[in-house]
Structures are given as structure tokens and as C-alpha cells.
Design a protein around this ligand. Structure first.
Ligand code: M1P
Length: 243
């Protein structure tokens, strides 16, 4: 295999989840994407990613795989989209979980429909920075999202072929089995890939792509687990000056 392309998750990898990219890192990252072929893959939808990274980055990368690869964008144009919709049974089940959760804050938009997937959040997509932080602490203590994902998958994966993955800081990404981030790898059959993500743990939404890359056993592929965007900066800084 020749050439190597870089694929980046966004929330937790290029930015603090749901916030703007750090201006200094942005300056560096723009140089990096000018030098290398770069792609984004995120559970988030395009408008949110655009808001966080800005047009220069969104137009500078070769492609942005939004909604876990179910909505594909090139230079501000959606070139591919999926039309799957969550069943009413699964929707009702999630509403019951929302009702049952002992976390006290609800901010609205708890089930967000996106092309080819759904994002489910107990605190809600309307949450402020402070409310998100409160949920993060709660979730760390109670591992609520992992538990909901496990219960959801026990109930719906076999029956309806859908899967929930823990994603970002407050929610779960839900999509048909296989229609998660791993689906993008078929676009990279001829090249080595280096994938950066922060949610590679079992049940995390970067894990399916991380595993799919390992499983193709290509010597030049690399999967980089990062803890935050500073980690990503350190690692890409090395490659920028080496390659
Ligand atoms: O990419 C995964 C998720 O990352 C963020 O999640 P949260 O707001 O819970 O931190 C959001 O961008 C979300 O839309 C996305 O699915």
C-alpha cells in the first residue's frame, strides 16, 4: 500500500466535545490538512461540525463523514445520505429510559433524528456547558450510558438489527448494525489509514472503525487512541515534521 491518509474523529479528538476548535490548534491543523490527505468521521451532523471547525477546515479536508458515515460531505455539499428511521418501538423504549433516569435535568431534544442515525441524550441536546458537565460527572459515576446501550442492544440488536454506541460526552449514537463509523473503511481499500479517536473502548463509537482497521492487518495502518485534542496535536505535530 502506498500513500497514507489521516482520518479524525471530531468531538473529544479535535475539540472538547461540542465546542469550537482551539484557535492555535486550528492554525496548525490547517497546515496539516494542506500537507496530508485528511478526512473527518463523526457521529455529529454537518451543521454542528461546521460550527465547531469552521469552513476552512470543512473545505480543506477531502471529505467529512457525518452521522457516522451516513451523511457524506465534500466542500460543503452533501454527496451521500441515508434515509433510515428509528422504529416507534425503539423510540418508545428510549422515552421510557428517559423517564426512568434519576439524573434530574432535562433540556429538550432527547431523541435527535439525523440522516441514517439517531442521537439519544438523557440531559438533552439543549443543555448548557454547565448542564453537560453535570451529566458527565453523573455518567462517570453511574455509567448510565453504557448501561442504557447494553440494555438497548440486548433488546433491539437481534430483533431490529440496530445498535447503540456511547458517543461524545452526553449521548448515544444509534444506527443499523454496521452503519456506524466502520462503514467508511471501504472507501480506503487502496491506501493506508491513520485513524485518531477518543472513544475506542468497547461500546464506544470509534471502536467499530478502530477494530475494522486492525482486522484488515495492513502494516502501514495505524489507530491512535487520544484522550483529547492536545494529544492529537502532539501526535500530528510529530508526523507533520517527520513526513
Ligand atoms: O460524535 C459523537 C457525538 O459527539 C457529541 O456528543 P455530546 O454532545 O454528547 O458530547 C455531539 O457532537 C453528538 O452530536 C455526536 O453524536
Amino acid at each position: 500500500m502506498h500513500n497514507r491518509v489521516y482520518i479524525f474523529d471530531v468531538d473529544g479528538t479535535l475539540t472538547v466535545s461540542r465546542t469550537l476548535i482551539d484557535p492555535k490548534f486550528k492554525e496548525f491543523f490547517l497546515k496539516f490538512i494542506n500537507k496530508h490527505d485528511c478526512y473527518l468521521v463523526t457521529g455529529s451532523d454537518y451543521p454542528k461540525t461546521l460550527e465547531q471547525l469552521g469552513e476552512e477546515i470543512m473545505h480543506g479536508v477531502k471529505r467529512s463523514y457525518n452521522c457516522s458515515g451516513n451523511s457524506v460531505w465534500e466542500k460543503g455539499i452533501e454527496v451521500q445520505t441515508a434515509d433510515w428511521i428509528l422504529s416507534n418501538k425503539a423510540r418508545d423504549w428510549l422515552s421510557a429510559e428517559l423517564f426512568a433516569s434519576k439524573f434530574p435535568i432535562r433540556t429538550g431534544t432527547h431523541i435527535e433524528d439525523r440522516p441514517g442515525m439517531v442521537n439519544f441524550s438523557i440531559v438533552g441536546r439543549g443543555s448548557t456547558k454547565e448542564e453537560r458537565a453535570e451529566y458527565e460527572v453523573w455518567d462517570k459515576e453511574h455509567t448510565e450510558r453504557h448501561k442504557i446501550a447494553r440494555r438497548f442492544n440486548d433488546r433491539f440488536t437481534k430483533k431490529e438489527n440496530i445498535q447503540a454506541k456511547v458517543a461524545g460526552v452526553t449521548g448515544l449514537d444509534i444506527a443499523p448494525k454496521g452503519k456506524d463509523k466502520r462503514q467508511i473503511l471501504s472507501d480506503f481499500n487502496e491506501v493506508a489509514v491513520c485513524f485518531f479517536g477518543d472513544m475506542m473502548q468497547p461500546g464506544g463509537n470509534d471502536e467499530p472503525l478502530g477494530n475494522a482497521i486492525y482486522n484488515r492487518h495492513e502494516e502501514d495502518d495505524e489507530v491512535v487512541l487520544v484522550h483529547d485534542w492536545k494529544d492529537t496535536w502532539k501526535t500530528t505535530y510529530g508526523s507533520y515534521y517527520r513526513e
